[in-house]
Design a binder for this molecule. Structure first.
Ligand SMILES: Nc1nc2c(ncn2[C@@H]2O[C@H](COP(=O)(O)OP(=O)(O)OP(=O)(O)O)[C@@H](O)[C@H]2O)c(=O)[nH]1
Ligand SMILES: [Mg+2]
Length: 330
């Protein structure tokens, strides 16, 4: 963050009171990689913790262009009109290349963006593995504290992202396209296993029949994957025409209610929190270690050696750990 120092307590109370600009500023603060913002960020998160309500967290994933933003626009508008407060965290993978957040997603959610009870936030993925923003979890907590009922997290479902997105939501929706080959469109089997609901998207116009057929085939494949008893539903959906959107919501809310009743949702969140803690420890230690310019230089040299093949990755990591621990106060 630039400009004058923020007052985390003030920011927290504005955010809890429903001030959308305060929420946007708060997310910027927790996303900041500036060391100087860390403390304010922690104070902010501590301040909002007691007020955090439990919103439903829903992940929307799928290959680029499958229609994630369009689906969120259709679903979000439907829910906002029904009186729900909807927050969207769109993790923009293109920012990996540009180094900044691109507002493209915002334009594909035009109606939702104009709605009084909606909040849309494109976030850079900060180069973190997997297209899920480095601080997406904190952003989710901030949206919850701001009183949103539903948090929709859009992320592109390629590469490493499957486990990270599944690790922060209560329900993961995977959008698929018919007729793009048997390779599951570059989507890893892992993601297919993790999806709680699958949508055969763009089931409209000339693509309708192909989508219906592909949907049936996908359902058969998912039944084998999970066993028929424990399978996940595949639904046809067109965000363009609005067909299947309400049905998809019926299924999502059924799963959320079922998870609430059985305790599965709470158990899932506990596991997610544990993994979050463990990952954070790793990431923080790395950040702290590299905060010293001497160790950072060492790190860069070792990286080059690994790249050149003159040093084995494990060896390099051990060497860095040895240097770093020498520097740590005992
Ligand atoms: N026929 C049809 N086209 C759609 C539908 N939904 C989206 N599209 C089109 O598909 C294209 C991509 O839609 P987006 O919603 O931007 O897809 P996305 O998955 O968010 O894309 P990225 O964020 O770039 O990964 C756009 O040209 C949309 O108009 C649909 O239900 N039917
Ligand atoms: Mg999109």
């Amino acid at each position: 963050m630039s400009g004058p120092a923020v007052d985390p307590q003030q920011l927290a109370s504005q955010l809890v009171a429903g001030d959308r600009q305060a929420l946007a500023r708060a997310i910027t603060l927790v996303e900041s990689s500036r060391l100087a913002d860390w403390q304010a960020s922690e104070e902010l998160l501590t301040a909002i913790l007691p007020t955090s309500k439990s919103a439903a967290r829903i992940g929307i994933t799928g290959i680029p262009g499958v229609g994630k933003s369009s689906y969120i626009e259709a679903l979000g508008c439907m829910l906002a009109k029904a009186g729900k407060r909807v927050a969207v965290l769109a993790i923009d993978p293109s920012s990996l290349l540009s180094g900044g957040s691109i507002l493209g997603d915002k334009t594909r959610m035009e109606e939702l963006a104009r709605m009084e009870h909606a909040f849309i936030r494109p976030s850079p993925s900060s180069g973190a593995l997997g297209g899920v923003g480095r601080r997406s979890r904190e952003a989710i907590l901030l949206c919850e504290a701001a009183g949103y009922d539903l948090i929709l997290v859009e992320t592109v479902g390629v590469g490493q992202s499957e486990s990270s997105i599944a690790d922060m939501v209560d329900c993961l929706v995977l959008l698929m396209l018919a007729g793009t080959g048997d390779d599951l469109q570059g989507i890893k089997r892992g993601l297919l296993e993790l999806a709680d609901l699958l949508l055969m998207h763009k089931a409209d116009g000339e693509g309708l029949e192909a989508a219906k057929l592909a949907g049936k085939q996908l359902q058969a494949a998912v039944n084998i994957l999970h066993g028929a008893e424990n399978s996940r539903p595949v639904l046809n959906c067109s965000s363009l025409e609005g067909t299947g959107v309400a049905e998809s919501w019926t299924e999502i809310s059924r799963q959320l209610e079922e998870g609430e009743r059985s305790g599965a949702r709470q158990a899932r969140r506990q596991q997610q929190d544990l993994r979050w803690f463990e990952q954070s420890v790793g990431a923080l230690i790395q950040e702290r270690v590299l905060a010293s310019s001497e160790t950072a230089e060492h790190f860069t040299r070792l990286r080059e050696a690994v790249l050149a093949g003159t040093l084995h990755a494990t060896q390099a990591a051990r060497q860095l750990a040895a240097v770093a621990t020498q520097r740590l106060p005992s």
